[in-house]
Design a protein around this ligand. Structure first.
Ligand code: PEP
Length: 255
């Protein structure tokens, strides 16, 4: 049975105090995550130590960074290595989020190198893939997602996906209030799984594929009910304890 994951992506939001309060509120709600379910908080770098100390007693809760660099150390002013993240208790890291790809020029090759570096540091990468509105309208969704997957597969090989999570995030749905319908999302999730299963049936079947793109309390249950959707990567709705908890509850109650 694949693990359901509710992963919060705070992006560059919240003060330190607000972040601490939000974590307290979520943890105090004592959501009964089942054995196979996880909640992950992708927080800004300066909050990682605080977030890790907040969740340290909690079995199913983990902390993620939102990015890491592809090199182990050196003269890379402003960058943070996977080893540094692991050092402060981080277990997961977002790789290739669409905002990294579009705003910070993380191209296919760099994203693949970051994925590799994260794993070499002992982190579990959450690889984000997804098409823009224009690419969808041009019928290029599969081609785009496949190229994003393939760049990583070519560099690290299928076995690396044993210790990885994928997030399908249609760019047109991120932060826009537009959400893919459960059926639209399921088609792409099934495609991603099939692509991985072509390389290794067991790994493709076992990998968790999250949906991201304006997931909220109102639409979480129907998305999470889809057979190939194994959780959510949640931006805006993760900044409010009540709405994030509602999504966690939907995950607890889903298949
Ligand atoms: C995201 O940032 O990964 C995301 C899915 O954002 P939102 O939920 O706000 O669309």
């Amino acid at each position: 049975m694949r693990k359901q994951i509710a992963a919060a992506n705070w992006k560059m939001n919240l003060t330190y105090q607000q972040g601490e309060q939000l974590l307290d509120d979520v943890l105090n709600a004592k959501i009964a995550l089942k054995e196979n379910q996880l909640a992950i908080f992708a927080v800004p770098f300066p909050y990682l130590i605080m977030a890790n100390s907040e969740i340290t007693e909690e079995k199913n809760y983990f902390v993620a960074a939102q990015n890491c660099y592809s090199k182990k150390s050196g003269a890379f002013t402003g960058e943070v290595s996977g080893a540094m993240l692991a050092d402060v208790g981080c277990q997961y890291v977002l790789i290739g989020h669409s905002e990294r790809r579009s705003l910070f020029h993380d191209d296919l090759a760099l994203t693949a190198l970051k994925f590799k570096a994260a794993q070499e540091a002992g982190l579990i990468p959450i690889l984000c893939v997804g098409e823009t509105q224009t690419q969808r309208e041009n019928g290029e969704t599969e081609k785009v997602v496949n190229a994003q997957l393939d760049a990583v597969l070519t560099l690290v090989g299928i076995n690396a996906f044993k210790q990885a999570v994928i997030a399908y995030e249609p760019v047109w749905a991120i932060g826009t209030g537009l959400t893919a319908t459960p059926e639209q999302a399921q088609v792409v999730h099934a495609y991603i799984r099939a692509q991985l299963m072509k390389n290794n049936v067991d790994i493709g079947r076992a990998i968790r594929i999250l949906y991201g793109g304006s997931m909220k309390a109102e639409n979480a249950a129907s998305l999470l009910a889809m057979p190939d959707i194994d959780g959510g990567l949640i931006g805006g709705a993760s900044l409010d304890a009540t709405s994030f908890l509602a999504i966690c509850t939907a995950a607890v109650n889903s298949k």
